[in-house]
Design a protein around this ligand. Structure first.
Ligand SMILES: *Cc1c(COP(=O)(O)O)cnc(C)c1O
Length: 362
């Protein structure tokens, strides 16, 4: 298979790509992927089995996830028939579908702030979109909206992804200026609110005012990364286009049922989110006491830290030797040189992290 003739049948951009990899390191404390540190509650094996039988797993899932969708729209306060939501197998699938929709046989252009969530560029490239990157401020990682709008007017992108709060920088990139961005862009503007619960800043209501604004949220960062549920809200027409492209049974029965249950357990969820925010405060202040490292203020459930003259690779491997896995983003982007991204863990995990860092750095 690995011969020249076979390779000529495949688009060069796909041959050049590397597979998206997640770390396979041995560890006891996992602070690399923005997961919640603890699991919700303990069901017994028999209860789980009974629940699964009731779901009638011999049948295909509801292809239009109607129950889940109805509850979701109600919970978010949308009653207008003009607003719709499509659910994906994680937001990653929704990002893929948006790229597919806007690829336009090689004529599509994707504009993203940079550095940002690496999946945008990977999926844009796979689908043959031209990738336009707009650098964030080198000291604060802020997005200069007026320059970004000039870029939009000059390059006329068909698709823009903005993660706010942004991954891996942790800051909000847009507040009300998202409205000016929507006015300036002739294509789709996708606001990725994967971390909005950690800063309480959703712009979801704005989809009622802007036809080209779609807002994406996920259940992954608030405790349910394993069920893979992402949501894309927007006007009915845009959502209908995504529905045409997605696979018929993209959200499995178990995840649909779990999603419905999760939407009804509000208090337990918000208590856990509050605990993460409190721990983020603790970690930020503790990390800030180390001389020679820079801690970026975070509105998400992770913290970006620039280890300055200490080598990020060295700190990463010393932490790993102590069993603590964080994300080394140092080589992802020029502006991230020296940086590690640390997920806020449980109380015990965070204290262990600080203790261990103190031993490494002092
Ligand atoms: C983690 C993350 C996602 C991925 O969400 P899934 O629903 O787990 O696929 C999307 N966007 C950003 C910015 C993220 O950091």
């Amino acid at each position: 298979m690995n011969n020249k003739h076979f390779k000529q049948l495949i688009a060069p951009r796909l041959l050049e790509m590397e597979q998206y990899s997640t770390s396979a390191y041995q560890h006891s404390i996992k602070l690399d992927a923005m997961e919640m540190p603890d699991n919700l509650s303990e069901l017994t094996g028999a209860e789980i089995l009974n629940a699964l039988v009731e779901l009638k797993l011999n049948r295909y899932p509801d292809p239009n996830f109607l129950s889940l969708k109805k509850r979701l729209l109600k919970k978010k306060g949308f009653e207008s028939p003009n607003i719709d939501v499509v659910i994906g197998n994680g937001s990653d699938e929704l990002i893929q579908l948006l790229c597919l929709l806007m690829a336009n046989d090689g004529k599509g252009k994707l504009l993203i702030p940079s550095p940002t969530f690496s999946v945008y560029k990977i999926l844009g490239t796979i689908h043959g979109l031209q990738i336009l990157e707009h650098d964030l401020d080198k000291d604060t990682f802020a997005l200069d909206t007026s320059k970004f709008i000039q870029r939009i007017e000059a390059d006329e992108p068909s698709l823009i992804f903005i993660a706010s709060p942004n991954n891996p920088t942790g800051n909000q990139l847009v507040k009300l200026d998202i409205e000016d961005i929507c006015r300036a862009c002739k294509g789709l503007v996708v606001l990725d609110e994967a971390y909005y619960e950690f800063t309480d800043s959703s712009k979801l209501k704005l989809i009622e005012s802007f036809d080209n604004l779609l807002i994406m949220q996920t259940m992954s960062k608030t405790g349910f990364a394993g069920i893979r549920l992402g949501m894309l809200f927007g006007n009915r027409y845009a959502i209908s286009l995504i529905n045409k492209l997605r696979l018929p049974y993209n959200v499995n029965t178990v995840s649909q049922a779990a999603g419905i249950e999760i939407l009804s357990c509000k208090q337990a969820l918000s208590d856990r989110i509050d605990a993460v925010i409190q721990e983020r405060r603790y970690l930020t202040s503790q990390l800030s006491t180390f001389v020679g490292i820079k801690v970026y203020p975070s509105e998400a459930n992770f913290i970006l830290v620039d280890f300055g003259n200490y080598s990020a690779d060295l700190i990463f491997s010393r932490l790993l030797r102590a069993g603590i896995l964080v994300k080394n983003v140092s080589s992802q982007h020029q502006l991230l040189n020296g940086c590690l991204r640390i997920t806020v863990g449980s109380k015990e995990e965070n204290r262990k992290l600080i203790e261990t860092l103190a031993k490494i750095i002092l």
